[in-house]
Design a protein around this ligand. Structure first.
Ligand SMILES: [Zn+2]
Length: 114
């Protein structure tokens, strides 16, 4: 399952950071493109299972889905695609090209403070 692999790499990345800071991570924010096949609940569930017994146990994952970007062929502007109204936000043209989906990024980690 895709989410398990993502959860595993997140866990590794967060654990590495936690070791560097010598602190317990309590939350993490990640972002990914809307087109990516990540299911929030599945990812959180997979992460929880993998994090059991590690310093990341109980960590809250926050997932932000980035809008899909497109490049207008008429005015060359990049814009966020709204699927209810797919046209250039700058000139209104419907002639555009979808840009690659945003990658999965670990945006920030929240550590426990005392
Ligand atoms: Zn345009």
């Amino acid at each position: 399952m895709h989410e398990t692999m993502v959860a595993q790499s997140l866990l590794t990345a967060i654990s590495d950071e936690a070791a560097k800071h010598n602190a317990k991570p309590v939350g993490a924010k990640i972002s990914c493109g809307k087109l990516s096949a990540i299911n929030d609940e599945t990812l959180c569930f997979a992460f929880e299972a993998l994090a059991k017994g590690t310093p990341c146990e109980g960590l809250q994952l926050q997932i932000e889905h980035k809008p899909i970007r497109a490049s207008c062929k008429n005015c060359n502007q990049d814009f966020d695609v709204e699927f209810s109204r797919p046209r250039c936000s700058n000139c209104g043209s419907e002639d555009f090209e979808l840009l690659p989906d945003a990658p999965l990024i670990l945006e920030e980690i929240e550590f426990q403070t005392d």
